[in-house]
Write a protein that binds this ligand. Structure first.
Ligand code: GTP
Ligand code: MG
Length: 306
C-alpha cells in the first residue's frame, strides 16, 4: 500500500492511507536512500508499506517514494543532513519583528535552503508590534527576489484571510525560528489542529521549543494541508557548492554582470561590482554579509569533506 508520512517520532511513523492512520516502523533496520541521513523519512514523504494489522492499524514501511522536493538543513551536532519536511508546494518562512527579535539573515538562510520547485512565502506575524521603516525595507527586499510577502497578526486576526486564500488547495510548509507563531498560525488556519503554543519566555524557561517534531495536517473537510515544524535555532545550509551560492542571491545578478573578473565570487576580488553596489547603497550590506557568512560555512564544510 501507499501512504503519506504525517510524522515520525523515535522511528515510529504515522502513515495516512485511505483515511486510516497506521502506526508504522521500518521494515529492516534502514531504508534504502541515497545518502547517509539523520532521518530517512520526514513529514510529507510518500511511502510503500505493508499493513500488519487493522485493529489497531499498524504497518511496516518498505520504501520511500521519490521526493518532489525537501527542506534539508545540515545538523551540526549530528554532522548529518536532516530533513524537516518533504513534498510541499509552498514554503512559508514565518517571522516577526519582536519577541523573538527580527533576524533577516536567518531568513536569507531559509530561502537559500528552500528547494527551487516550490513557491516561497514570507509571513511576518505579530504586526500588532510596530514594524520600523528599516525592518519594512528589509522585508520588502525579499519581494524583489520573487518571495510573496504577507503581514499578519494572529493575535488580532489580521491578514489571515489573504494567507488562507493564497494556499489554494496546495500543501503549505511552515518553517522559522521558535516563538514566531507558526503553530498559532496553523491553529487559525486549521482550527481542528489544536497545536500547543507557548510564550517565548515559557519556551525559554522550559529550555526547549514548544513544537518538537514536524507534523502534517492532511487535507480534510476543505481545510488546507499544512506541515508545522519545530522552531529552528540555526540553519546550516546543505548541498550547495560554494561556487553556486551566488545563484541563490538573484538580487546580486544585475551587478555581478559588471564584475571585473569572470566568475567573481564577490568575496575579496578587485573590481567587484557587487561590493561596489553595497558600498554605494544600491545593495543591502546585510544581504552581502549573509552571502559572505554562508560562503565561509560552505567552504569550510567542503574542505572537511562533509
Ligand atoms: N503579540 C503577538 N503574539 C503572538 C502572535 N501570534 C502568536 N503569538 C504568541 O507567540 C508565542 C509563540 O507562538 P507559537 O505559535 O508557540 O510559536 P512557534 O513558532 O510555533 O514556536 P515553536 O513551536 O517553539 O517553534 C505564543 O505566546 C503566542 O500566543 C501575534 O500575532 N501577536
Ligand atoms: Mg510551534
Amino acid at each position: 500500500m501507499q501512504g503519506t508520512v504525517l510524522c515520525g517520532i523515535n522511528n515510529v511513523f504515522t502513515v495516512l492511507s485511505e483515511r486510516i492512520r497506521y502506526e508504522c516502523r521500518l521494515k529492516g533496520k534502514t531504508l534504502d536512500t541515497e545518502t547517509a541521513e539523520y532521518n530517512p523519512l520526514a513529514a510529507g514523504d510518500s511511502v510503500n508499506f505493508e499493513p500488519i494489522s487493522l485493529n489497531p492499524p499498524q504497518g511496516l514501511i518498505t520504501s520511500r517514494l521519490p521526493r518532489k522536493n525537501a527542506f534539508i538543513r545540515f545538523n551540526k551536532k549530528l554532522s548529518k543532513p536532516q530533513t524537516i519536511a518533504a513534498n510541499f508546494d509552498i514554503l512559508a518562512a514565518v517571522t516577526c519583528v519582536r519577541e523573538p527579535p527580527f533576524r533577516p539573515r536567518f531568513l536569507d538562510r531559509v530561502f537559500v535552503s528552500a528547494p527551487e520547485n516550490c513557491e516561497r512565502w514570507l509571513i511576518c506575524n505579530k504586526t500588532d508590534f510596530p514594524v520600523t521603516e528599516e525592518e519594512r525595507r528589509r522585508l520588502r527586499g525579499f519581494e524583489s527576489i520573487g518571495i510573496k510577502l504577507f503581514f499578519v497578526s494572529v493575535k488580532e486576526n489580521r491578514g489571515i484571510e489573504a494567507v488562507r486564500n493564497a494556499i489554494d488547495g496546495r500543501r503549505l510548509f511552515l518553517v522559522g525560528q521558535s516563538g514566531v507563531g507558526k503553530s498559532s498560525l496553523l491553529n487559525v488556519l486549521r482550527p481542528d489542529a489544536d497545536r500547543r503554543v507557548a510564550s517565548v519566555s515559557q519556551k525559554y524557561n522550559r529550555g526547549r521549543h514548544t513544537t518538537n517534531y514536524s507534523l502534517l495536517f492532511p487535507e480534510e473537510n476543505d481545510l488546507p494541508e499544512i506541515i508545522d515544524s519545530p522552531g529552528i535555532r540555526e540553519i546550516e545550509v546543505y548541498g550547495i557548492d560554494p561556487a553556486d551560492l551566488r545563484f541563490h542571491f538573484p538580487d546580486f545578478a544585475p551587478f555581478a554582470e559588471r564584475c571585473g573578473i569572470n566568475g567573481c565570487r564577490h568575496i575579496s576580488e578587485p573590481r567587484c561590482a557587487v561590493k561596489d553596489a553595497v558600498e554605494n547603497g544600491e545593495l543591502d550590506n546585510d544581504r552581502w554579509l549573509s552571502y559572505f557568512n554562508l560562503y565561509g560555512q560552505l567552504e569550510r564544510r567542503c574542505g572537511s569533506g562533509q
